[in-house]
Ligand binder design. Sequence first.
Ligand code: DHB
Ligand code: MG
Length: 222
Amino acid sequence: MDEARWIAVDQYFERTLGLSDPTLEQALAASRAAGLPAHEVAPNQARMLQLFAQMCGARRILEIGALGGYSAICLARVLPADGELVTLEANPGHARVAADNIAKAGLADRVRIMVGDARASLARLREEDGDPFDFAFIDADKASNPFYLEATLALSRPGTVIVGDNIIRAGRIVDAAAREDADVRGVFEFFEQLGADRRVSATALQTVGEKGWDGFALARVL
Ligand code: DHB
Ligand code: MG
């Protein structure tokens, strides 16, 4: 373990690859000033999400868990002008910060923030019967991951790409006793579903970086 080096390497990637800019820096600063937890994706992860969305030609993106809107800004930036990102946020204070950050990034016209319990918002999206989502990022309370996966699949089509954030839980994902923890159990059941569900092909990767030991799951609807 050498967390200082992991951070230095992430910062090197950020500088060398130009992964940040004043708009993103301002969004992060506003989130910190408002007291939001520093749970945003790292800049290199944000670019990875952008690349995944672009690789699947995403015109409609679902995000579960907006926080201060950092990943929403990054993903909305790669949408076509008539594309839409729908982001769900349970915390009204977080949603206000996200709305402000997204507006300052000039993306309010293609981002819809649905405030409230994501389960209700997902049910509403199903009732609306809109086009399926092309790309989805599941990054909210991990205890609800099994529900979010099922709901996302119901709003998907063959080819939809789904990314699930923070699926390592400090390695406790392989510790049966840790499943008393609702978040660990949620991610564990999410993996069981991904492995058993014949509608998806899925993998998962562990990462190190400025967010410590972390990782993400990647799935494609068949
Ligand atoms: C946590 C949640 C996140 O979405 C994240 O990216 C990092 C940490 C958390 O709840 O600890
Ligand atoms: Mg996350």
